[in-house]
Design a protein around this ligand. Structure first.
Ligand code: UDP
Length: 249
């Protein structure tokens, strides 16, 4: 099925920030028809945006902002929008598949050297003939040198795994350097693809409990989720009350 993207993106706002309402399939189709920055947004990023206007600008200028995870899905539901979450790692994987099938140029930036090396090896096995033109681990000292060398490689798709917000700032810089490319921040995806980190079993994913699984496996993530997640839900409830007040008036 194909969609008509000459129409406007349907964006809703959560905490004054834009989120696209596409389904997974629509998001893939749309992403394949544009260039620019894709952001897969989660509650931690929404909380971060409150303290950093530059990050807000990145979200506003992004070509696509997908709701990554149950937190944003619940937040949107509180505001009355029934939009399914899109796992960033799955979106990124399908983009790789599609770009590989068209022999387009792919760059990977981020994660530890041994992690990215393994992830590249596995992707090459999975996608025969994949054209990976640039690989750079995420622990470099000279960012401008990295930006310069990625420009020379001229990738069509850049996957950046530096954690947020670092990866979003990095991809934002790429917008002017590679104006015809698509970029996406992929968080811990290389760790998963390399086999070094396991995703939660599918049943946990389906129930929207992947965050809980990851926190149990890696308890230091606890302080990233708490108090961010409950505070996020509270802020959205406040937003909902305010919105209702405005419509009642
Ligand atoms: N990372 C990196 N450089 C840095 C900081 C982080 O390459 O300076 C990598 C890290 O090795 C991991 C990825 O960023 O592969 C994402 O980390 P995390 O799991 O914290 O991100 P999340 O998916 O939770 O946003």
């Amino acid at each position: 099925m194909s969609y008509n993207y000459s129409m406007e993106r349907k964006i809703v706002k959560i905490q004054s920030l834009p989120v696209d309402t596409y389904s997974f399939e629509q998001a893939v189709d749309y992403a394949l028809s544009v260039s620019g920055q894709i952001v897969t947004i989660n509650p931690e990023m929404i909380a971060y945006a409150k303290k950093d206007e530059d990050f807000v600008k990145i979200l506003e200028e992004a070509i696509l902002v997908t709701p990554d995870g149950i937190g944003v899905e619940i937040g949107l539901r509180i505001l009355g929008y029934k939009i399914r979450r899109i796992a960033g790692i799955e979106l990124a994987k399908v983009l790789i598949e599609k770009f590989a099938a068209q022999n387009k140029r792919i760059a990977l930036v981020g994660a530890k050297p041994e992690v990215i090396a393994k992830a590249v090896e596995i992707l090459k096995n999975e996608f025969n003939g994949i054209n990976i033109v640039y690989v750079q681990d995420g622990y470099y000292a000279d960012e401008s040198a990295v930006l310069e060398s990625i420009k020379e490689a001229q990738p069509d798709l850049v996957l950046t795994a530096l954690g947020s917000p670092k990866q979003e700032f990095f991809n934002y810089k790429l917008k002017s350097i590679l104006p015809n490319s698509l970029t996406i921040g992929v968080g811990g995806s290389f760790d998963v693809w390399s086999g070094m980190v396991k995703r939660a079993p599918v049943i946990w994913q389906k129930m929207g409990l992947e965050w809980l699984y990851r926190t149990i496996k890696e308890p230091k993530r606890f302080k990233r989720i708490f108090p961010t997640l409950p505070l996020f839900v509270l802020s959205v409830i406040k937003e909902r009350v305010f919105k209702r007040g405005m419509t009642d008036a």
